[in-house]
Ligand binder design. Structure first.
Ligand SMILES: [Zn+2]
Length: 232
């Protein structure tokens, strides 16, 4: 897959324009034609931003819209889940001794259950100012995608052999992404937070975005590769 991406990168650079097809690979026109077959969306915007920066720079607005379209619904869903959990906990609290009645075991259990659910929803929710920070987060995530190397635990293979189960398991170091994760300190610096603020508040949204960006980009790369091999 790296090859298709590298073709995109080498085939669209300033040099490629004057060396059309001379290396025996697909010409710049063929590369651009194949790219046109890749479905519009976040994946294609990322593919261009990462491997064809000149085009990526022209398409900043499209990329921004795709990032918002990915993140905003999940953020809204979390806020709703949190509000629902808070409402349920409030109801459970109010129900205890409502109108001077006796407190029942069922009411106590419901109070404990809703309190736990509220704690869980709070723990899972991204920071309140996630949307304000979205531009910074997206840039940092894209910079990690552009600058990362193969994972040293699995050498980019995503899996490692585990003698305990006599087979391959997801690499624990990279979580099966195949890429060496940036340190919390490095990620924190790139979003203007220190390491502990990154770990306490930003890590869930950062990792969610990174995983989703990678998935979208690799889907687009597969489509691009297919279109390219059809053209060849
Ligand atoms: Zn790994």
């Amino acid at each position: 897959m790296k090859d298709a991406r590298e073709l995109l990168s080498s085939g669209t650079g300033p040099k490629a324009m004057s060396f059309d097809g001379s290396t025996g690979g697909p010409s710049t026109q063929e590369i651009l034609a194949a790219l046109a077959f890749v479905q519009h969306g976040l994946g294609r915007e990322l593919l261009e931003a990462l491997w064809w920066p000149e085009s990526g720079a022209r398409r900043r607005e499209q990329l921004r819209q795709e990032v918002i379209a990915l993140v905003a619904p999940e953020f809204t869903r979390q806020m709703h889940a949190l509000a629902d959990a808070r409402t349920s906990f409030g109801i459970a609290k109010a129900s205890i001794g409502w109108g001077g009645g006796q407190t029942t075991d069922m009411q106590r259990r419901e109070l404990r259950r809703t309190e736990q659910a509220l704690d869980d929803a709070r723990a899972a929710a991204w920071p309140n100012n996630t949307m304000e920070q979205l531009g910074v987060l997206a840039s940092a995530v894209i910079a990690e995608m552009a600058g990362c190397c193969d994972c040293s635990g699995c050498e980019g293979k995503r899996v490692v052999q585990d003698p305990a189960v006599a087979g391959a398991v997801n690499c624990p170091r990279c979580g099966g992404s195949g890429y060496e994760p940036f340190s919390g300190r490095k990620r924190g610096t790139s979003i203007g937070a220190d390491c502990s603020a990154y770990s306490r508040f930003w890590r869930p949204v950062y990792e969610w975005m990174l995983a989703n960006f990678r998935q979208a980009e690799s889907r687009a790369a597969v489509e691009f590769n297919k279109a390219l091999s059809k053209a060849a």
